[in-house]
Design a protein around this ligand. Structure first.
Ligand code: ADP
Ligand code: ZN
Length: 433
C-alpha cells in the first residue's frame, strides 16, 4: 500500500519542481524569521534566497550542525511565536543541553503523513494491530510512530518499553500483527518469545517496523527468524523532527525519503563539496515544509549514499542506503545516544578518579552493556573495599542520571590504562565482533 500515492510516485521532474519552489520558500522563511539564519544567510550572500535559481544552488547555503542546535538551545532556532507551538520533543541521552525540536500543529500533521508513508511502505495496513515498544516520552520515536500509525488507520498499542512479560502477554493475547521497536529491543523480545515456549502459531505477528539505530543484515535476519516476521527499517532524527525522514519499502533496496518534505544531499565530510548519486559521504538534509523549526542543510553525520533510480515498488522518491557509520564518535547504546565526551565530563568532576578511562561495549543476550574502566588517583583506595564500592556506585549513579543509561564502573589501579599518543582510542565496541 502506498499512503500518498500521487505524491510518492510522481515523476522526478515534478518532485524537483516542488523541491525548488519549497527550497526558495524555506530560505526566505528562515531569513525572515530566525535571527540565527538571517545572519548566516547574510554572511554567505544568500540573503532571502533570490540567489537560489536551481536545486544545485543549495550549495550557496551554509551548513547547520548539532553545535548550532546546542548554541541556540532551547528555542533559538524556532521560527514562530511559542503560542503556535503545540509540542516539544528532545533528543535522547544528551546532558545539560539536549537537542530540542518544536512543532506547530501543521508540522505534526506533516510528520504523521511522513511516518504513515514509512509504515505503509513497511507493509502496515489499517488492518494491523501495532505494539509500540519504543520508550514513550521526549523521544520522537514513540509518539512519532504512534500518530503516524493512527493516521494510517492501524490500531495502536502504546506499550512503551520494559516489562518483558507484559510485552509478551500483549503480543500473544491482543492479536498484535506488528511490532515497533529498536532492532536491539526487537531482538531481545524475540529471544524472550522463544524462551517463553509458546509456539509462534499462538502469535499473529508478521511485521517489524524497526528504527532509531543501525540494524545490520545479520541482526535483521535473526529477528525475522526468531519472530517469523518481515522487518523494515526507517530512519530519522530529532533535529529533523524524528522518524519519517526515510524508510524501507518491500524491495528493501534503500530507504525512500519523503522528498517533498526533505531535500537530501551527500557531501564530502572533509571538504563540504556535494557528491553525486551513489557516491558515499555524509548525509545533509534541508527541511522543505517545517514551520516550527526549519533546518537548512543539516549535517546528520551519518554516512550513506543516495540513488534516484525509480524503485521496483513504484515509488519515485530517492533512496538512501543503510547508514555505514557516523563521522563523529557518537555511540548508540540501548538506543540512547552517548558521546564519550559526556562520560569524560562526568569523570573529570569526580575527585578520586583520574581522567584515564576506557569504554567497553558488549552485547549479551541481545542487550547492550557499557562498562567504564577508570583509574583511581590513589592506589590506597584499592585496600578499602567499602570505600571502593561506594565510589563505584556513586559514579554509576552519576552516569545513570546524566546519560540515562545503566553502566558498570570498574575502578583500576593508577597508571594501568593505556596512554595514547595522538588520537586516543578509548572505545572498544565488541557488539559486532
Ligand atoms: P532517535 O530519536 O531516532 O534515536 P536521535 O536524534 O536520538 O534519533 O538520533 C538520530 C541518529 O540515530 C541518526 O543520526 C542515526 O545515526 C541514528 N539512526 C536513527 N535511525 C536509524 C536507522 N534506521 N538506521 C541507522 N541509524 C539510525
Ligand atoms: Zn521502493
Amino acid at each position: 500500500m502506498i499512503f500518498q500515492k500521487e505524491i510518492e510516485t510522481m515523476p522526478r521532474n515534478q518532485i524537483e519542481e516542488i523541491q525548488l519552489e519549497r527550497l526558495k520558500w524555506v530560505v526566505r522563511y528562515c531569513y525572515e524569521n530566525v535571527p540565527f539564519y538571517h545572519k548566516k544567510l547574510t554572511d554567505a550572500g544568500v540573503f532571502d534566497g533570490s540567489r537560489i535559481k536551481t536545486l544545485s544552488d543549495i550549495a550557496y547555503i551554509p551548513f547547520t550542525t548539532k553545535d548550532d542546535f546546542r548554541d541556540n538551545y532551547p528555542f533559538g532556532l524556532t521560527a514562530v511565536p511559542m503560542s503556535e507551538i503545540v509540542r516539544i520533543h528532545a533528543s535522547s541521552g544528551t546532558t545539560g543541553k539536549p537537542t530540542t525540536g518544536v512543532y506547530t500543529r501543521e508540522d505534526l500533521a506533516i510528520w504523521s503523513d511522513c511516518v504513515a508513508r514509512v509504515a505503509a511502505a513497511g507493509g502496515v495496513t489499517p488492518n494491523d494491530i501495532i505494539q509500540i515498544s519504543f520508550g514513550y516520552g521526549l523521544f520522537t520515536g514513540a509518539l512519532g510512530l504512534h500518530y503516524g500509525l493512527e493516521k494510517l488507520g492501524a490500531t495502536v498499542i502504546p506499550a512503551s518499553s520494559g516489562n518483558t512479560e507484559k510485552q509478551l502477554m500483549m503480543l500473544r493475547d491482543w492479536g498484535v500483527t506488528g511490532l515497533v521497536a529498536t532492532p536491539s529491543y526487537a531482538l531481545y523480545l524475540s529471544e524472550a518469545v522463544k524462551e517463553a515456549g509458546y509456539p509462534m502459531s499462538d502469535y499473529s505477528l508478521k511485521l517489524g517496523i524497526l528504527g532509531s539505530e543501525p540494524c545490520t543484515p545479520a541482526m535483521r535476519q535473526q529477528i525475522e527468524e526468531n519472530f517469523c516476521i518481515r522487518v523494515s527499517d526507517n530512519y530519522g532524527m530529532t533535529e529533523l523532527g524524528g522518524p519519517g525522514v526515510s524508510g524501507d519499502c518491500k524491495a528493501r533496496d534503500g530507504m525512500h525519503f519523503a522528498e517533498d518534505h526533505f531535500l537530501p544531499e551527500i557531501i564530502n565530510t572533509d571538504t563540504g563539496e556535494r557528491l553525486s548519486e551513489n557516491e558515499v559521504g555524509e548525509l545533509v538534509i534541508t527541511t522543505l515544509t517545517r514551520r516550527g523549526m526549519p533546518v537548512l542543510r543539516y549535517r546528520t553525520k551519518d554516512i550513506t549514499k543516495i540513488t534516484y533510480e525509480p524503485c521496483a515498488c513504484g515509488r519515485t522518491h530517492a533512496r538512501m542506503s543503510k547508514t555505514m557509520g557516523r563521522t563523529d564518535d557518537m555511540l548508540i547504546i540501548k538506543g540512547v545516544n552517548v558521546f564519550p565526551t559526556q562520560i569524560e565530563n562526568i569523570l573529570i568532576n569526580i575527585e578520586d578518579v583520574a581522567p584515564h578511562y576506557m569504554l567497553y561495549i558488549t552485547r549479551k543476550n541481545y542487550r547492550d552493556n557499557l562498562e567504564i574502566k577508570v583509574e583511581l588517583v590513589n592506589a590506597d583506595l584499592l585496600e578499602n573495599f567499602q570505600m571502593l564500592e561506594e565510589l563505584q556506585r556513586h559514579i554509576e549513579g552519576k552516569m545513570q542520571s546524566i546519560l540515562g543509561l545503566r553502566t558498570k564502573v570498574t575502578l583500576v589501579a593508577p597508571k594501568t590504562i593505556e596512554r595514547f599518543q595522538g588520537k586516543a582510542k578509548r572505545i572498544v565496541d565488541m557488539r559486532n565482533a
